[in-house]
Design a protein around this ligand. Structure first.
Ligand code: GDP
Ligand code: CA
Length: 323
């Protein structure tokens, strides 16, 4: 079985760990990673979501934090600060720096991001094929109005520096309209036996991937069933501030509203099936009324077993909708 998943950072990566445990070793998992979060810092190309997937599946992640390296030290950052060089608000540890140095060196030598990602994965052995959504530069920007007036900031500045404390007025995937899917991306979706949308941020993770021309169309037209899992539990994101970016695109923060935002494949949308948390069981009827098969199961990734059960539930729902 060939499974293709679209993924952001923490939510995507943790789910993928469960998925890997739920399938048999002969199954092939391809992950299309979000690169809209990418940022250039200190002259280095940083790909937070690709790295979170790579470190999580490669057993190098800082588990509690959910991003960055385990056993991290911060000497470089402290030295930069001593020179008065920021940004202080973005956490890049010493171990993590090595990843960005290798990546940037390879990109400067002319390798596309997809080839660089493959090279980094030789070390991390994530057990999945990890493809960036595009080799072209796409950067999610957020329109806000604060004390400095109306302006547009990089997504990382909005999320990490401003903690999404001001309202997002618009989400702009800069460069997406001119970007091409990375080699293998469209084929991995079109040729899959199952397409999964993990509980990643629907706007700035999955939404950014879908903003690359061609990707949404191939998901909508895939032969395989498409099943998603809600990142919204009990009317709130489990972690992070997805409510802020959902509001920016006019979508209510609820499991049902996110499903309706993705839409039913029967009416030109993306989903055949959708899982909501048991606490959102009341949403099942509304999702099914929208033409999407829906089940309520526990959706909290508290440990690997719970996450593996979530992946199994997604596989079961996929088998049901495939009939
Ligand atoms: P990011 O790029 O690091 O923000 O990660 P993703 O976009 O992949 O995932 C972020 C989303 O994961 C957030 O909207 C969270 O609500 C969701 N999330 C995190 N932990 C859980 C969990 O245990 N269960 C569910 N259902 N969603 C989760
Ligand atoms: Ca992200």
């Amino acid at each position: 079985m060939r499974i293709t998943a679209l993924a952001g950072g923490i939510g995507g990566a943790r789910f993928l760990r469960g998925l890997r445990a739920a399938v048999s070793p002969s199954d092939e998992i391809t992950v299309i990673g979000n690169t809209g979060d990418d940022i250039h810092l200190y002259g280095l190309k940083v790909c937070p979501d690709l790295d979170t997937v790579m470190y999580t599946l490669g057993d190098g992640i800082h588990e509690e934090q959910g991003w960055g390296r385990r056993d991290e030290t911060w000497s470089i950052k402290e030295e930069m600060k001593a020179y008065g060089v920021g940004p202080e608000w973005f956490g890049l540890g010493d171990r993590d720096f090595a990843t960005h140095l290798v990546r940037t060196q390879m990109i400067d030598a002319g390798y596309p991001l997809s080839a660089v990602t493959e090279a980094l994965c030789i070390r991390w052995k994530p057990g999945v094929r990890l493809l960036p959504m595009s080799d072209d530069r796409v950067e999610t920007h957020v329109r806000i109005t604060d004390a400095d007036g109306p302006r547009v900031v990089h997504f990382q500045e909005y999320w990490v520096r401003l903690h999404a404390a001001v309202d997002a007025e618009a989400i702009i995937p800069v460069g997406a309209d001119a970007a091409k899917p990375a080699p293998g991306v469209l084929e991995a979706i079109a040729g899959a036996d199952l397409v999964l949308l993990p509980p990643s941020n629907p706007v700035v993770s999955i939404g950014s991937i879908l903003a690359v021309p061609g990707i949404r169309e191939v998901v909508a037209g895939a032969n395989a069933p498409v099943v998603g899992l809600s990142p919204i539990v009990g009317g709130a994101p489990v972690r992070g501030m997805a409510d802020k970016v959902l509001a920016a695109i006019g979508v209510e923060t609820s499991a049902a509203a996110v499903a309706e935002h993705y839409g039913s494949r029967a009416s030109g949308g993306l989903l055949d099936g959708w899982l909501v948390d048991t606490s959102d069981a009341a949403a099942v009827a509304a999702v099914e009324a929208a033409g999407i098969a829906c089940r309520a199961v526990p959706l909290l990734m508290t440990d690997l077993d719970a996450t593996t059960e979530m992946a199994r539930a997604a596989l079961e729902l996929a088998a049901e909708v495939a009939k």
